[in-house]
Ligand binder design. Structure first.
Ligand SMILES: Nc1ncnc2c1ncn2[C@@H]1O[C@H](COP(=O)(O)OP(=O)(O)OP(=O)(O)O)[C@@H](O)[C@H]1O
Length: 258
């Protein structure tokens, strides 16, 4: 971990709160994510993990509290602005075009100033400039040999890898992964753990996952949320042995094997 990581976190939330008609989905959450680390957010269904991700990416505006990124206050900024500042999110729900090739997906993502959306159509000549980088990204996620295939022909785990490559096209300082192993079989889960470790090198990652094997394999720091609040935080070993976590979360969640 770089020395400055302990001094100034790359991402910080201060008493971040989101209310939906008086119901606090995220309540006074103060997080510190050190640069160069992998940070897991866990908690039972309804704990507030998705809402927190939506706050971090600007898809929701907080009711109160602050979000700082690289020391700058980014509270209330729009999703495009936040993406442009270097926060990319890889979605759980697929947003791929079935008929479009893998390399075309990457080229279009690279051609967009935010790396998101496909609003800025370019000529073929211009798009070709992005081909080398597109191929590098596909290689990075293990899809280089499928570059010309249509996205629709990929298996589920490969689609998730393509989504990851699209998030990396933004060259983010902070990568948010929304349940990277959701719906995967054991083999894909282990492949995804290895892939996330690889792409996390030199980057900062915050991820949500229900699979404790994934959390234990990847996370430097784990934050446990319950009812919108931080219940515990520490290394995986620390939180898995925390009585409050065992009682309040792991004891209840049938899918959490520790
Ligand atoms: N737009 C909304 N309006 C009202 N309530 C909401 C809204 N979005 C989320 N909630 C509520 O906020 C709480 C937290 O939801 P959230 O989806 O953030 O939890 P989660 O930890 O991501 O759960 P899961 O693990 O099931 O994805 C839940 O009780 C949910 O019903």
């Amino acid at each position: 971990m770089p020395a400055e990581a302990t001094a100034a976190p790359l991402l910080e939330t201060r008493s971040l709160t989101k209310e939906f008609r008086g119901f606090r989905a995220v309540s006074e959450v103060s997080l510190r994510v050190a640069e160069g680390t992998i940070h897991a957010l866990v908690g039972p269904n309804g704990a507030g993990k998705t809402t927190l991700f939506n706050l971090l990416t600007g898809f929701l505006a907080p009711s109160s509290g602050q979000i700082l990124f690289g020391g700058d206050d980014i509270t209330g900024k729009q999703p495009e602005q936040i993406a442009h500042l270097g926060i990319a999110r890889s979605f759980q729900i697929t947003s791929l075009f079935d008929q479009m090739s893998l390399v075309d997906h990457l080229e279009l993502a690279l051609a967009s100033p935010t790396g998101m959306g496909y609003r800025f159509w370019r000529s073929n000549a211009q798009l070709r400039r992005f081909r080398d980088r597109a191929m590098e990204l596909l290689d990075e996620v293990g899809l280089g040999d499928r570059a010309g295939q249509a996205a629709g022909s990929l298996a589920y785990g490969q689609k998730r890898a393509l989504e990851l490559a699209l998030a990396l096209a933004l060259d983010p300082r902070l990568l948010l992964l929304d349940e990277p192993t959701a719906g995967m079989g054991l083999e894909d889960v282990d492949r995804t753990i290895a892939l996330v470790k690889k792409v996390a090198a030199g980057r900062t990652v915050v991820f949500v996952d229900h699979n404790m094997h994934v959390v234990g394999s990847l996370a430097d720091t784990v934050t446990v949320l319950q009812s919108g609040q931080v219940l515990a935080e520490g290394t995986y070993e620390q939180v898995r042995n925390d009585e409050r976590v065992i009682t309040a979360y792991l004891g209840q969640a049938g899918d959490a094997h520790v």
